[in-house]
Ligand binder design. Sequence first.
Ligand code: NDP
Length: 343
Amino acid sequence: MPEKVLISGATGFIAMHTVERLLAAGHPVVGTVRNPDAAEKVAPLRAMDGADPLLTLVAADLNDPDPFTAHADVDVIFHMASPFATDMPDPQRDLVDPAVNGTLAMMRAAAANPRVRRVVLTSSMAAIMDEPDDEVKTEAVWNTRSTLRRNPYYLAKMRGEQVAWAFMQAENPAFDLVVLNPFIVIGPSHTAVLNPSNGILAQIINGSFPGVLDLAWGFVDVRTVADAHIEAMRRPDAEGRHILTANPMSMADVCAIIEDLGYGAKMPKRNLTGGLATALIKLASYTQPKGVGSYMRTHLGRSPKIDNSKSQRALGIRYSEPRETIRDALEDMARWGHIDAAE
Ligand code: NDP
């Protein structure tokens, strides 16, 4: 009998791919959403193969005092809900509080339901690294630099993960905790909503960047991230944190792929990767919204060094070629009208 699963934030970009896999494998799924009556938003979930009768949608908001206990009579929990944005009017209230309080609420809900055997938490590479530097990032590393002023989304993800591990240590509950730390998740979406991570590609293509900057990113296919959640649930020996990313690539390499795939018509081609251009763009970043500005100042001119071997070893993850993931993401974004179709 397939195990019953609770997944928070079921309407999310990564969550929908995960729900699809759970239903295909016959798991009864309870998905939490902010508003189950938002017909248009939940339509792609309800339309999935197996959703009737396997999927139940319930209301839960991370800001509620106890959003999850009533729904946690399940074997496994995926805690994915978290605000995902770089800029919010009040980063403590809008990013950190829901991330931390939501995770704590889920941990308490799991502890209150003896049936729960495992919680899989969707953390982030942001909990490991604020800005790239010379250190090779492994699962042993923690982000210690983000603050409410500097990359506040990173701070929220770091604190959100920290409280989960602190809960495990303090309460020694009957369930275990497995954490996934994806870098930038891109790929096809079940909805017309443009996820901020796919949004990076759309911004490049639509000309939001002044040219090719000295930036580098680690991308991971959303379907790989969904697979990793399933593996994290299924593998009895899964433990600890797992970085999820293909090898980092420069913006120049990303732009070359975009060009080659025929999406480069509006893309500024100026090469701004030199030292002087980078210094000027850092200066100009002070005119950007706070979150964007701090991201630029901490990431320009640096390439992340990441060891992704644990995910391959422990979860059997095989990273697809970045070109394939970028191609599928772009085809899908064109389908939803976020970018022009390839020429
Ligand atoms: P989405 O924004 O698509 O999904 C986030 C989900 O969280 C949505 O379902 C959203 O609900 C829900 N949510 C946000 N705030 C609240 C709240 N106050 N109460 C209840 N639910 C809330 O993002 P992703 O799918 O990309 O992200 C899923 C998880 O993966 C997040 O934890 C994110 O931090 C993490 N992650 C994402 C990465 C990426 O590149 N995309 C990289 C690393 C980690 P609603 O639909 O109502 O807004």
